[in-house]
Structure formats: structure tokens, C-alpha cells
Design a protein around this ligand. Structure first.
Ligand code: BGC
Length: 719
């Protein structure tokens, strides 16, 4: 078989398939090991035996996938099944939620995590992960910001590409590789009011400048599949949007893999009011460019009649089938359908020491130190610590949303991590203080007593895992009231308090930022989260995380981004008729790129060379950085650009480069960024990429605010 020519084999197979068998290949059904949508697939095994199912989601483990694969191989054509699953931030070993891991700004680390997730999922019988989720979002009300890389399209694109490379590797037939699925195409991160599944209404400019780049980067990195979004765009559901799926994705961007809908998105067109029947919806979807129907079963049940009546051509079905069969071939499924069903490999790979070490490294790098005014952190490893809060002992919430085959019992909670780190050099007393959403007098009193006995309090507050992710939008993104009350009571004890916030989105922490000198944002850090948190709290690792999505001062500011346009009346606190709020500053409380560490680097003035650059030339922007402190410091120097005058209004700043540097005590170094036309280009009036001559400002710093700037000029052709 291996020696057989792929095209001949697949053509021959296609020729032997009935319409129903072809549609079976386009039919993705769900098993019952997880529930990720409302509809189930009934008698899955019977459908598989009949050849009416080409791929399955929500089934994993070597034994379970082998059993279904055996069923598939009893169908007349013996076409192997492909197994997919929502491996979003790890499979058995869980890494930080994607928004947290993005804060590492460490592309190699992200790629390694994706590689590890691929190895673990492939060892569990899987071929296909529903990741990366690359939807840009400016709206922390939307619970799914947890699954993406944040607000910035440039960084989001680099991360998207790194994840695709990590999942797919160089050879899909490697039994440790899986195919990636870029989602959700398109614009799912901008639902009206931040409410999940809601209407998207967006200008073409915003699409081109902000939302499309990460999808495109993932396609350019070779992603094999794309998942449609649930939302409508200009009134057309994404899953029936020919302009998006065919004209843009395939024709303009050159995508040649297959497109799967999101869960039951085909039949949901009846709810959108754009299809009267499943048949109508299936026809529209296929015509728009969809290849595979997730769980609706409308392709399977409705398209045969439409083929018979001539409303749908069999050729369009053949095209979709071939896309899927080709990938099955590339994955080695026709050679050995059981290659990924190997119990011994699963045992060896899952949660092995290297996986755990990587998870701990990833978790450390995702932690963001928001404030450390009194330099309370790092803490010394002695004395008595009161660990207080409803998340202090939680294993489940440390894993976050979408935990695939992650197991809370295998996870280190904050308490586990602190106890382990302290050993017998100190003591931890733990007290819950309140429930996530409700106060409890007894728990509160116990927490106050614990604080009274302690030298320092670590207060772990925030969102439980069910408060973010899919269908988990919130209009109030403060800490729940019961937790705010607990915080107030603990502060009244007068003990030094380190506030650790957890959760899946930027929170509104204005009050906490006033009340607490020290705040760590710890997302949901995954399997090794508690240990990583202890590493940072005690200074065994310095925090390096930088926010990839700003934390608003007030929910009234959202949606918001640091990459905003200047407006005709830029912010001026003293000017009534300027673009501002009467009751809140414009900027974020903790902005994009923000994240402190132990120690601080000093930046010198920026140097630019040359000051005038010809078309096609390179400008180098350099900055001398110094570590004036007594210990080594690692920080990320960020470069932002602004096009001062262009044919279309350009953002006030845009991330365009970054470099993580480590400086020994007293060390100085020059960091340089090379800027080429590619960095200066933007979608022009006609949306085609353009570089316009004129003045630019380059800005550098350790976050998106407090930047040093320098100007340079990009010359025109005739200059
Ligand atoms: C989600 C997708 C997910 C799919 C399969 C949907 O509800 O929107 O992100 O991949 O379910 O579980």
C-alpha cells in the first residue's frame, strides 16, 4: 500500500463510492466521552459501520479509537476514520490557557507546547486538534478570549504560526503529529456586546488590518483545516459565506486543506433565518466552500436528494471528499489505521516527566506580575503564610476551560505548590474564606484567624473555570462580590497581602489596584500551575509574562485596544471636546505589553540609522539598556511603530518587534530592531498592501506605555 501512488489509489477509491458513502466522509459525528455542543450523534457505531461517518470528535484513548476504527473497517469500503478533539492547551498534560501562554511572548515555547500536545493526543488515538483558536478580540466580556492570543494581530499571527508548526511538524505520517484546525473563521472574536455567538458587524478595514492576519498566518504556516465561525458577517452566516470561504480563503490566500463547520453550524442557519430547511442550509454551505459538516448531519441526510434533483453537483461533493481523503492518506491512515492506537506509547508519553517540566516552564512564563509596589515579592521561604481564597486549593480551576483529557487529580493547586516549595522551612495555613460566588461567615472568620497567625497572606481570588470559555460571556468582569468582600476583610487585618488573581480574561481590577500593592495575574496555569506559581512567588523564577490583552479600568471602556486610531480630537484631559470619558481615563489599567519582573531595566535614548531610508531599505532602531540593580533581570523590550501621515488613518502605535533580554547585575547592552518595508506596509485605500513615504515614529519600552520614541523618514521613489 505504501508504495501505491496516492492519486491513483484515491481516485480509484472515489470511483467506487456511492453518493451516500461520499457524504459519509463529509460527516463528522460526536462520541460521548465529552459534550461540546447540544446535539449528540445517536448510534455512532451503527453509522460508522454503514460508512456514514468520516471522522469522529470527542472520542480518544487507544482502546476507544481502536474500537471505532475496527467498526469503520467493517464498512464496505474500509475507509479509516479520523479522530479529532478540542486539544486547546494540552491533552493529558495541560498547559496554561492560550491567553495565558501567549503572555510568555515566547514563540519557541509555544511551539514546544503544541508539539507536546500533539504527541500526547496522537498517543491517545487522535489525528486532529481543534486549535489554534486565532480570533483576535478586544472585548473581555467575551468568555472565549481565554482561548486566543489576545488583542494584537501581529503577535497573534506569530503565535498562530508557531502553534501550527508545533502541532503538524514536518511529516504528518509521524505518529506523533496531528493536523491543526484554525478557528473560527472568521471574526468570531467580535460579537456584538461581547455576547457569545452574537452578530458580527465590522468594517472591511478592521477585518483586513486587525482580524484577518492571524488566520492568514496560520494558513501560510500550512494549517490543514479551518473551522467556520458560528456568527454572521454582513448578515451571512460564516458557514455559508462564499466570499469568506472560497473567494478569500481559497482563492486569495491559497488555502488547499478542508473546511469544517463549527458544531451544528449548518442546521443553525435555520435559526439565523437564512435557510428554511436543513436541505437549504446544507446546499448553501457546500456551495460556499464547506467540506465537512460537524454534527448537524445535514450533508449526509439532505444532499443525496439534492444531487438526484440536480440542485447540487456530485462533482462539488467529490472535491470535498478528495480533500479529506488526501489528508487521511498523508496522515498514514490508509497504511496503518491503528498507528496512533498504541497503549504502550500512551503510557510512555502521557504526563511523563518531560511533559510536566515543560508545563511548569510554560506556566511560569505565563504568570504576569501586575504590581509589586512595596517589593513584597519575592517572598522568603520561611515563616507562616496564610493562603486564603476560594481558588487556593482548587485543582480543577487551575486547569481552566477546555481541559481535554486533563485530570484535576494530577494537577498542582496553589496550596500544593506552596507546601512543596516551603518543605519544612515554613508553614502554610489554608482557608477558603468564601465560595466563588457566595459569602460564608464561618469561612470568612476562619480566614481572618488564619491571616492573624501569618506573617504574610497570599489571597487567591478570581474566576472559576466555568466563568470563561464558550458560552461564558459576562457583563461584569470584576471579582465576584463575595470575593471582593473577603478581600476587604483580609486587608483590614493589616497583614501584608499578595493578591493572586486567576481567570480566563482580563478582569476589571481598578479597586484591587488601589487597595493592594502586590498583584499577580495567574490565569489558569495548567497541570503544573501551583508549582509554577510558587516558583515565582519565592523567586525561584522571576516573572516574565507580558499581557497580550489590556485590563480595562472599567467595563464601560470595552471593547478597547492599545492599537486605536488617533481620532480627530485625540485625548486631552484639559480639553472638553476631546475623545474621552467624563468618568474614566481612556487607557487600560494594565495595558498590552505590561508585566513587571524582579528588578527593572533602564532604557537609554533611541538611535535610528539611517534617518532617511530609501524604498526597500532597512532602518535600524537601537536602544541601550542597563540593569542597574543587584540581580539578574529578564525583560522583553518591545518596539512599536506609528505612521504619522498616511492615506488612511493609522493606529497610534502598533507592535512591530520584541526581544527578550537577560542582563546580569550592572550589565548594559544595545538591543537593535531592523525595520523593513514589510513592517511599514498597511492595507491602502483599496485594501492592497502599500508602503507610503513619509515620517514614522519608532517607540521602544517594556510595555505599550511609557515608551521612548525616535523618528525616521521613509523616502519615496523619486526622492
Ligand atoms: C466550539 C469549537 C469546538 C467545537 C467542537 C464548538 O462549540 O465553538 O471551538 O472546536 O465545538 O467541540
Amino acid at each position: 500500500m505504501a508504495a501505491m501512488n496516492k492519486d491513483t489509489f484515491l481516485r480509484d477509491l472515489l470511483n467506487r463510492m456511492t453518493v451516500k458513502e461520499k457524504l459519509g466522509q463529509l460527516n463528522l459525528l460526536t462520541g460521548a466521552m465529552d459534550a461540546t455542543g447540544m446535539k449528540d450523534s445517536g448510534d455512532l457505531e451503527a453509522k460508522i459501520r454503514d460508512g456514514h461517518c468520516g471522522a469522529v470528535l470527542n472520542v480518544y484513548t487507544p482502546a476507544a479509537t481502536r474500537a471505532l476504527q475496527e467498526a469503520a473497517l467493517t464498512a464496505p469500503l474500509r475507509i479509516p476514520l479520523l479522530f479529532g478533539y478540542d486539544v486547546i492547551h494540552g491533552h493529558r498534560t495541560i498547559f496554561p490557557i492560550p491567553l495565558g501562554l501567549a503572555c510568555s511572548w515566547n514563540l519557541k515555547l509555544l511551539e514546544r507546547c503544541a508539539r507536546a500536545a500533539a504527541a500526547e493526543s496522537a498517543a491517545d488515538g487522535l489525528h486532529w486538534v481543534y486549535s489554534p483558536m486565532v480570533d483576535i478580540s478586544h472585548d473581555p466580556r467575551w468568555g472565549r478570549v481565554a482561548e486566543g492570543a489576545g488583542e494584537d494581530p501581529w503577535l497573534g499571527s506569530l503565535i498562530a504560526a508557531a502553534l501550527v508548526r508545533g502541532y503538524q511538524g514536518n511529516d504528518l505520517s509521524d505518529p506523533a503529529a496531528v493536523i491543526a484546525c484554525v478557528k473560527h473563521f472568521a471574526l468570531y472574536g467580535a460579537p456584538s456586546g461581547g455576547r457569545d455567538y452574537h452578530t458580527v458587524d465590522m468594517s472591511r478595514r478592521e477585518m483586513e488590518e486587525t482580524y484577518f492576519p492571524p488566520y492568514r498566518a496560520a494558513i501560510d504556516a500550512g494549517a490543514r483545516t479551518v473551522m467556520t465561525a458560528f456568527n454572521v458577517i454582513d448578515g451571512i452566516p460564516a458557514s455559508a459565506n462564499r466570499g469568506l470561504l472560497t473567494d478569500l480563503l481559497r482563492d486569495a490566500w491559497g488555502f488547499n486543506g478542508w473546511i469544517v463547520t463549527d458544531y451544528t453550524a449548518v442546521s443553525e442557519m435555520k435559526n439565523h433565518g437564512t435557510a428554511a430547511t436543513d436541505a437549504d442550509a446544507a446546499r448553501q454551505s457546500l456551495a460556499a466552500g464547506v467540506d465537512m459538516d460537524m454534527v448537524s448531519e445535514a450533508f449526509l441526510t439532505e444532499l443525496p436528494e439534492l444531487v438526484k434533483s440536480g440542485q447540487v453537483s456530485e462533482e462539488s461533493i467529490n472535491t470535498a471528499v478528495m480533500r479529506i481523503l488526501q489528508t487521511k492518506w498523508d496522515l498514514g491512515l490508509f497504511q496503518d489505521p491503528y498507528a496512533r492506537c498504541d497503549e504502550a506509547r500512551a503510557q510512555a508519553v502521557h504526563l511523563n516527566p518531560e511533559m510536566r517540566a515543560l508545563a511548569r516552564e510554560a506556566a511560569r512564563e505565563s504568570i504576569v506580575l501586575l504590581k509589586n509596589d512595596d517589593l513584597t515579592l519575592p517572598l522568603a521561604k520561611h515563616g507562616t503564610i496564610a493562603l486564603i481564597g476560594p481558588l487556593a486549593e482548587s485543582h480543577r480551576d487551575m486547569l481552566g476551560c477546555w481541559i481535554a483529557a486533563g485530570d484535576p487529580a494530577e494537577t498542582a493547586s496553589p496550596l500544593d505548590g506552596l507546601r512543596e516549595a516551603l518543605g519544612n522551612t515554613g508553614r502554610v495555613i489554608s482557608a477558603k474564606g468564601c465560595e466563588i460566588h457566595s459569602p460564608n461567615d464561618e469561612l470568612r472568620d476562619e480566614a481572618v484567624r488564619a491571616a492573624a497567625l501569618a506573617d504574610v497572606v497570599i489571597l487567591v481570588l478570581g474566576e472559576s473555570a466555568d466563568m470563561y470559555g464558550e458560552a461564558a460571556s459576562r457583563t461584569d468582569i470584576r471579582l465576584p462580590k463575595a470575593q471582593r468582600r473577603l478581600a476587604k476583610r483580609i486587608l483590614q487585618t493589616g497583614k501584608p497581602v499578595v493578591l493572586v488573581t486567576m481567570g480566563g480574561r482580563p478582569l476589571e481590577l481598578s479597586k484591587e489596584a488601589r487597595d493592594f500593592p502586590t498583584i499577580i495575574h495567574a490565569w489558569a496555569l495548567g497541570t503544573e500551575g501551583g508549582r509554577a506559581l510558587a516558583d515565582v512567588i519565592f523567586g525561584d523564577a522571576a516573572p516574565v509574562g507580558k499581557l497580550t490583552m489590556g485590563f480595562p479600568r472599567s467595563i464601560g471602556q470595552v471593547p478597547m485596544t492599545y492599537r486605536e486610531k488617533p481620532t480627530g480630537r485625540p485625548f486631552d484631559a484639559a480639553m472638553h471636546y476631546s475623545s474621552k470619558y467624563l468618568d474614566c481615563p481612556n487607557d487600560a489599567l494594565f495595558p498590552f505589553g505590561h508585566g513587571l519582573t524582579y528588578g527593572e531595566l533602564e532604557l537609554g535614548e533611541l538611535q535610528v540609522d539611517p534617518q532617511e531610508v530609501p524604498p526597500g531599505g532597512t532602518v535600524t532602531v537601537s536602544v541601550k539598556i542597563t540593569n542597574p540593580g543587584p540581580r539578574e533581570v529578564t525583560d522583553t523590550i518591545q518596539l512599536y511603530l506609528r505612521d504619522l501621515v498616511a492615506s488612511v488613518s493609522r493606529p497610534v502605535k502598533e507592535l512591530s518587534g520584541f526581544e527578550r533580554v537577560t542582563l546580569a547585575a550592572g550589565e548594559s547592552r544595545v538591543v537593535s530592531f531592523r525595520i523593513t518595508d514589510a513592517d511599514l506596509s498597511f492595507p491602502g485605500e483599496d485594501f492592497k498592501p502599500v508602503v507610503e513615504p513619509g515620517d514614522f515614529e519608532a517607540m521602544a519600552g517594556t510595555s505599550s506605555v511609557d515608551l521612548k520614541g525616535v523618528r525616521f523618514r521613509r523616502l519615496g521613489d523619486a526622492e
